[in-house]
Write a protein that binds this ligand. Structure first.
Ligand code: ZN
Ligand code: ZN
Ligand code: FE
Length: 782
């Protein structure tokens, strides 16, 4: 009988996901001896036994991994241990200096835990912090690595004997489940009333009564701050218009849609269309907000998502959410609750989401009638992710026909996805890329991993800056990244730029052009090796190398370099950045600059003549009217011109509403004429025709559809022109404008018909939420 000993090193997401118990069970089953151990670089395994069993072990290791584990590499070496092992053991974790490994994102409640939580005979019956190695908080409670309880915010809760027995039993589902707890030893919830709601100080409900009371308050139309996994939510009954409108008023959020949480998939289907892929996303362990087409007659308060044909839906993901919604358990059912709740981030409009109890009680006091708190700390903020499923056409090989394939668009990649890395086909130096100014995320790289951070938000105030700095520091420590390179945007006025400049570090600084970063981000997202391709960066805003505001850019780009081969013609942005809130100013300014008269069009009926006069003067005298080639602003201008809206309350609102209206007409709409000469995409003729259509009373939907057709035709013609000169046949689409699904699909299809190879974002957002990835890669290739 031949005895064999091997040593195995595994990297990837292999900690906190039940990997060691899996290894243990496998070893015992195959009659092998040795040990397994977490290190801060992964998992080390040593096994000894019959040769055939050792081989079977290696096979199964790769093929039978637990559901949440993601293996990046398995390195097997022969080993000569000094002595024979008598047992198989799980050894204590070791920290390796400078080593690192990916961290599991937070995971929604698993089915086993849900069953136990609703079983009156289980010791965790109705316990809102139940979890196991297959579910529960991870990223948001980790203070340091290796992932062990003392390095998490669960360190404050010593385990009781019963929990410890489970925790130490390799065959138990809670073996080394770091956040494991029970009603005897773990965190608990409490409900506190806002001082404005209830002046009497002693008004606190604890544990189950807190949950029941919360259900009652929600039913009564109150607004409750609920502590979640990565921060607080503000919750209220989504069918109660008064409550939702009040929430908007208090939060200072005028038009941006609110996300909804539904009791279960069945409830979602009463309000939205849900296909198979969307259902899989809704019920998977990530539990993102999924944008779904709403059904006609869905009984949702109008203020939830004004003028939208979609709703942002998610399902309960923490045990506490489940207890808030459950209608089957007799104790809970005695206190009925609305089947759909608004669940929006707990903050004033521009601030970061609150995570600490004291902070929430202070900052959210004017927003919430009561606070459903708990005493498990959130160490790092993490907002909900937002995704959308699209059916993407892809070409069937060697045939003119198309195949429809579902694809997930990441509109915001955060909770349950971050900080899982994007793996690249090449190594990068340790790099920090600080991202952009809006929808900020940053990126840390190491070896061939790019760790794109959770959503940080819009860099608009001190609280967000602070959150950004804390997150950078925290993730750099977790991933053991000491940057040799710091990459930032070229914009001299960005907070992130000044952060990069003043950061105490010997790292080399690289300023990266915004739209080059977008294209590189799309390339890296698709794991492309360095090469030159055609980048169509259609975007809202970005600082150009000539100081103008770019955003309708046709680039020839590689990681190392880019050339601007064409762009939208420069037009003036009257009043500068502030014009982005008043699309009518853009419309008037563009028309003036193109020599077109819009004075008598209906969209200006409500605007004072004097205000219009100021805009015209700004354009004529070139006063505070910076030039822009932005595609986003072109959408704004057309939206306003055709009567959709003159003012916006959130980024891209006018364009999003145009997309909604245009969708129905897209099949019957022809593009307007436009011209591309000497690398300039001219829009004067298109404007003229749009004005004519408005005067002929064509509907905004139809004109909007023609405009969408025009933009996609511009993209294709620009691509064809570049291909004629360069013979390059690959196109990458990146920039915020590509979150417009109608435009994306239209353009993709046309490009495919022209036999281009088309790359779109697969695992990162096309908007500035994905920018840092491109910055990091570019800086490494320079
Ligand atoms: Zn579980
Ligand atoms: Zn316990
Ligand atoms: Fe951008």
């Amino acid at each position: 009988m031949s005895i064999k000993s091997i040593h195995i090193h595994v990297t990837g997401i292999v900690q906190g996901v039940g990997f060691r118990p899996f290894v243990y069970g496998l070893a015992v089953r195959l009659d092998l001896r040795g040990w397994v151990r977490n290190t801060s670089a992964g998992v080390d395994i040593e096994v000894q036994g019959q040769k055939s069993n050792v081989e079977a072990f290696v096979q199964s290791l790769a093929n039978e991994v637990p559901p949440l584990a993601k293996i990046d590499s398995v390195v097997v070496k022969d080993s000569q241990p000094d002595n024979k092992y008598l047992t198989f053991d799980i050894r204590p974790s070791t920290a390796l200096e400078g080593a690192f490994q990916p961290i599991s994102p937070d995971v929604a409640l698993c089915a086993d835990c849900e069953r136990e939580m609703l079983d009156p005979n289980d010791r965790r019956y109705l316990y809102p912090f139940i979890n196991c190695t297959n579910c529960g908080p991870r990223f948001t409670i980790i203070k340091d690595l290796p992932y062990d309880r003392p390095f998490t915010t669960m360190a404050d809760f010593p385990m009781c004997d019963a929990c410890r027995a489970e925790y130490e039993n390799p065959l138990d589902r809670r073996f080394h489940a770091q956040p494991t707890a029970c009603p005897d030893c773990g965190p608990f919830v409490q409900l506190r009333y806002s001082s404005s709601t209830s002046p009497s100080v002693s008004n606190i409900d604890l544990r189950l009564s807190a949950i029941l009371k919360t259900r009652q308050l929600l039913r009564e139309g109150k607004i409750i701050a609920v502590k979640g996994l990565g921060g607080f939510h503000l919750a209220c009954d989504a069918s109660n218009e008064k409550a939702v409108a009040e929430l908007r008023r208090r939060k200072g959020r005028a038009g941006k849609p609110f996300a909804l949480m539904f009791a279960d998939l069945g409830s979602v289907r009463k309000y939205c269309e849900v296909n198979e892929d969307e259902a899989a996303l809704l019920t998977g362990y990530e539990k993102p907000i999924v944008l779904l087409n709403r059904l006609d007659g869905a009984r949702i308060a109008p203020s939830v998502a004004p003028r939208m044909d979609t709703l942002g839906a998610m399902l309960p993901y923490t045990p506490l959410h489940h207890l808030l919604f459950n209608r089957r358990d007799p104790i809970l059912a005695a206190q009925p609750v609305p089947p759909v709740l608004v669940m929006t981030s707990g903050n004033f409009s521009e601030e970061p989401i609150a995570i600490k109890n004291e902070d929430a009680l202070e900052r959210l006091e004017p927003l919430a009638d009561a606070f459903l708190l708990h005493n498990r700390d959130i160490h790092i903020r993490c907002d909900d992710s937002v995704v959308r499923v699209v059916s993407q056409k892809s070409k069937v090989k060697d045939s003119p026909t198309f195949d429809l394939q579902p694809s997930t668009l990441y509109l915001r990649r955060s909770r349950a996805y971050a900080p899982y890395p994007v793996s690249l086909p090449f190594d990068l130096k340790p790099t920090l890329a600080v991202g952009g100014e809006l929808k900020n995320t940053f990126c840390l790289t190491r070896d061939r991993y790019a760790f794109l951070s959770q959503h940080v938000g819009d860099m608009e105030n001190a609280e967000v800056f602070e959150s950004f700095e804390q997150s950078v520091e925290h993730l750099s420590r977790l991933f053991r990244v000491e940057p040799q390179i710091i990459a930032h945007d070229m914009h001299p006025g960005y907070f992130t730029t000044s952060y990069a400049e003043r950061a105490k570090s010997n790292a080399q600084r690289f300023a990266v052009q915004h739209h080059h970063a977008h294209i590189a981000s799309c390339m890296a997202d698709n794991k492309l090796e360095d090469r030159k391709l055609i980048g169509l960066s259609f975007d809202g805003t970005g600082y150009g190398t000539d100081g103008a505001i770019w955003g309708g850019e046709v680039l020839l780009a590689s990681y190392a370099d880019f050339e601007r081969v064409a762009h939208l013609e420069y037009l003036p942005l009257p009043g500068g950045d502030s014009a982005t809130r008043s699309p009518w100013r853009i419309a008037v300014g563009y028309a003036r600059s193109l020599g077109l008269d819009v004075a008598n069009l209906p969209f200006l009926e409500s605007i004072e003549l004097q205000a219009i006069g100021i805009v015209n003067q700004q354009v004529e005298k070139k006063l505070n009217a910076p030039l822009t080639s932005s595609m986003g602003r072109l959408f704004d201008a057309i939206s306003s011109l055709i009567g959709i809206r003159n003012q916006v309350t959130y980024e891209a609102q006018a364009a999003i509403e145009m997309e909604v209206l245009a969708k129905k007409f897209i099949g019957e709409a022809n593009p307007y004429p436009f011209e591309i000469e000497d690398g300039i995409i001219r829009v004067g003729e298109m404007f003229e025709r749009v004005i004519r259509d408005v005067k002929s009373n064509l509907s905004a939907g139809l004109i909007g559809a023609r405009f969408h057709q025009t933009v996609s035709a511009m993209a294709v013609e620009a691509g064809v022109k570049v291909r004629e000169k360069t013979k390059i046949n690959e196109v990458a689409l990146s920039g915020g404008v590509w979150q417009n699904q109608v435009l994306l699909e239209l353009t993709r299809e046309k490009l495919l018909r022209e036999n281009f190879v088309v790359y779109t974002h697969q695992q990162t957002p096309a908007n500035d939420g994905g920018l840092a990835l491109g910055q990091a890669v570019i800086a490494n290739f320079q």
